[in-house]
Design a protein around this ligand. Structure first.
Ligand SMILES: NC(=O)c1ccc[n+]([C@@H]2O[C@H](COP(=O)([O-])OP(=O)(O)OC[C@H]3O[C@@H](n4cnc5c(N)ncnc54)[C@H](O)[C@@H]3O)[C@@H](O)[C@H]2O)c1
Length: 277
């Protein structure tokens, strides 16, 4: 019955005939059955929305986050989510976490490699310590987690790795040179991983533009939001849930022919180059 439904909704003509079936229904069906999902940085913002989304879809979710207070709050709200306090920039902590993940979700199938940090400063003022700090999390950490997950997936049933990039990794943006360099690195890492890990593991990068996370909102005045929104063709920020939707789709078998790609979700921000600035 389930297979029949999926075949029907995947077929174009039947899909248009079934007006009550949304893309969300499709990914929900695909991600159900208790799939094992690891979300890094899942205690806040986009990672939190994504952990919630996979949980709603019936997945078994493990969050790796270094912020123990935020993680505790998340686990209190969602007692079926598992959490491991982990600094992804420390290879020993990542190794220890993946040792425990074996017990929590022996059949890890999806990695949302999301945790990242940014520091606003001009290029001329970046200190070597700040540079190292950003590289340590956004590039080294993404690599440590991706490699640990890929080893499990290659030894198991295969899987999907989704690395968090940014439009900052695709176009030049002032005051974030270190961050931009790491996100460009994540995009290239994704392509190289996709080639080596195919056909067993699919690997894609996601590049959001402006996303209105609670912390981001707290930093903005209403005027600042209006100014940024006016430059975006769709005239608003993305919500964390919209980015979670993209993760859910790319992790599902509806996306099984996508690998090595970079998916931009930015309301049209960078499509016009200078025209949209
Ligand atoms: N918010 C945006 O506008 C936006 C746009 C494009 C890309 N991104 C990317 O999305 C990702 C999530 O961003 P967000 O806005 O949700 O941020 P956020 O600060 O709300 O959440 C990030 C989470 O990652 C965790 N984290 C940070 N460093 C860590 C480490 N070393 N080890 C483990 N956990 C760590 C934090 O504790 C936090 O829970 C980041 O990679 C960011 O670069 C965000």
């Amino acid at each position: 019955m389930l297979n029949l439904t999926l075949r029907n909704i995947a077929h174009k003509e039947d899909f248009s005939a079934q007006k009550d079936v949304s893309l969300r229904d499709v990914t929900e069906l695909m991600n159900k059955n208790g799939k094992g999902v690891v979300v890094t940085g899942g205690a806040s913002g986009i990672g939190q929305a994504t952990a919630e989304r996979f949980l709603e879809e019936g997945a078994r979710v493990v969050i790796l986050d270094r912020d123990s207070d935020a993680l505790d709050k998340m686990l209190h709200r969602f007692p079926t989510i598992e959490g491991l306090v982990t600094d992804i920039g420390d290879p020993e902590q990542v190794e220890a976490a993946f040792g425990k993940i074996d017990r929590l979700i022996p059949d890890l199938e999806i990695l949302i490699n999301n945790a990242g940090i940014s520091i606003r400063h001009s290029f001329l003022e970046i200190t070597p310590e700040e540079w190292q700090q950003v590289i340590k999390v956004n590039l080294n950490g993404v690599f440590y987690v991706a490699q640990a997950a890929a080893k499990k997936m290659m030894n198991g049933k295969g899987g999907v790795i989704l690395n968090m990039g940014s439009t900052n990794g695709l176009v030049g943006t002032p005051y974030y040179a270190d961050y931009n360099a790491t996100k460009a690195g994540v995009i290239e890492l994704t392509k190289s991983m996709a080639i080596e890990l195919a056909p067993k593991v699919r690997v894609n990068a996601i590049c959001p533009g402006y996303v209105m996370t609670p912390m981001q909102r707290a930093e903005y005045t209403d005027e600042m939001i209006e100014k940024v929104n006016s430059k975006i063709p769709l005239k608003r920020h993305a919500s964390p849930e919209e980015v979670a939707n993209l993760f859910a789709f790319l992790a599902s078998s509806q996306a099984q022919y996508f690998t090595g790609q970079t998916f931009v979700i930015d309301g049209g921000e960078i499509c016009g180059g200078m025209a949209s600035r």
